[in-house]
Write a protein that binds this ligand. Structure first.
Ligand SMILES: [Zn+2]
Ligand SMILES: [Zn+2]
Length: 390
């Protein structure tokens, strides 16, 4: 049986070997940045630009052996689906939505009586099609959204299975499926053995060797962006997704500018008054209030918490969790430590101390190419003079 979800990020084994070193940022062999799953401490997983860890997120979809159609042509087909969580690290999945689309018609949502799918566990869902009116091909697409949690973080991805039903002359029904494995080159499509539903009087039963038949799954990234499941849902970046590997370029921070994707163990880029990692602290970047000449304003800097703000890319958006007591202003909104995470968009200005809005701000710029953000510029206002030691 073919692995249903191809490795979406295309993570090479060499990267996994180098990621064992806790502070490794790049793979020493292929040179790619090591983008760790938010749950890396538990799963050891790496992700690609799409942010999906295929150690944590391993849904599988099966057509159970008792698929039946009620009558011949003109009848409806009941597809008894089995959702299975193949995660090897015991992480539950939460199936939040299921949609079914027939032919070119609009997708319709299917009500789910359950949501949680424990690792190694399965849940059933029967989906009824419309009438199979004519002989010939009949396309059915089953799409679902699966969420994974780790502490206060959540990622959600959509997967889709495309089935082509063919009503044969004798009344038998054949389900064909092909997976286009993108990026590997032509001729690499995965073809699954057809599932044959034989005629047995008025009903048909699936003849899949007495076993459930595995359905091929593909990531539905366009659908995720269009539905707002990943990426921005409003403003000029609507429908745009920030890549997990987007480079963050720090401007105006003097000499200390660790530009690049977020490669920390937990995928969090921490900033605050505390020292940076390279100076023995545990922030990725130190934030202090300075005057125009670059001299530190000790008193105002005390108002910045040691760990003031955590930045991370989640759900295809740049997100912030405020950990500083003083809070921050993002646009017109004040965010405090008790608030849910804040989404930061293009053009947003993050004022580090809401009481002293002019003291220190971070200006966010993003540019999208073909619906994806690969680079985020964070400009310190006011800028530190060039060549200033921290
Ligand atoms: Zn590598
Ligand atoms: Zn993971």
């Amino acid at each position: 049986m073919v692995t249903p979800v191809a490795n979406p990020g295309g993570i090479a084994p060499c990267c996994y070997q180098h990621a064992v070193t806790a502070d490794a940022i790049f793979c020493g062999e292929c040179g790619k940045p090591l983008l760790r799953c938010m749950a890396h401490e538990e799963c050891g997983g790496l992700v690609g630009d799409d942010g999906c860890c295929n150690v944590c997120v391993r849904p599988q979809l099966y057509l159970d052996k008792d698929a039946v159609t009620e009558v011949k042509t003109g009848g409806v087909l009941v597809l008894p689906l089995v959702f299975y969580n193949a995660s090897g690290v015991g992480r539950p999945l939460f199936i939040t939505d299921v949609w079914v689309r027939e032919g070119e018609s609009a997708r319709r949502k299917v009500e789910l009586p359950w949501k949680r799918l424990d690792a190694g566990g399965s849940n059933r869902l029967s989906v009824q099609t419309g009438a199979l009116e004519r002989q010939g091909r009949h396309g059915i697409e089953i799409t679902f959204a699966a969420a994974t949690n780790y502490f206060m973080r959540e990622e959600r991805f959509c997967f889709t299975s495309s089935l082509s039903l063919e009503v044969e002359q004798g009344g038998s029904l054949v389900i064909n499926q092909t997976i286009n494995s993108s990026g590997v080159g032509a001729g690499s499509d995965t073809v699954y053995a057809p599932i044959r539903l034989e005629s047995q009087g008025e009903t048909r039963k699936a003849a899949v060797g007495g076993q459930a038949a595995e359905l091929g799954l593909q990531r539905a990234d366009n659908f995720e962006a269009a539905q707002g499941i990943r990426g921005y849902t409003e403003g000029p970046l609507k429908g745009v997704v920030v890549n997990r590997g987007a480079r963050i370029i720090w401007k105006g921070f003097g000499d200390e500018a660790p530009s690049g994707p977020i490669t920390t163990r937990d995928g969090i880029f921490a900033i605050g008054r505390g020292r940076s990692v390279r100076l023995g602290g545990d922030n990725q970047l130190q934030l202090l209030v300075t005057d125009a000449a670059g001299a530190v304003d000790e008193q105002l800097s005390q108002a910045i918490s040691r760990r003031h703000l955590e930045l991370f890319i989640q759900g295809g958006r740049l997100c912030a969790r405020v950990t500083g007591q003083a809070g921050v202003m993002i646009g017109d909104h004040k965010h405090g430590a008790d608030d849910a995470l804040a989404v930061i968009g293009n053009g947003d200005i993050v004022r580090v101390l809401p009481k002293y809005p002019e003291a220190l701000a971070l200006q966010i710029r993003m540019r999208a190419n073909y619906g994806q953000v690969e680079e985020i510029t964070v400009t310190r206002v006011p800028a530190m003079p060039e060549g200033m030691p921290r």
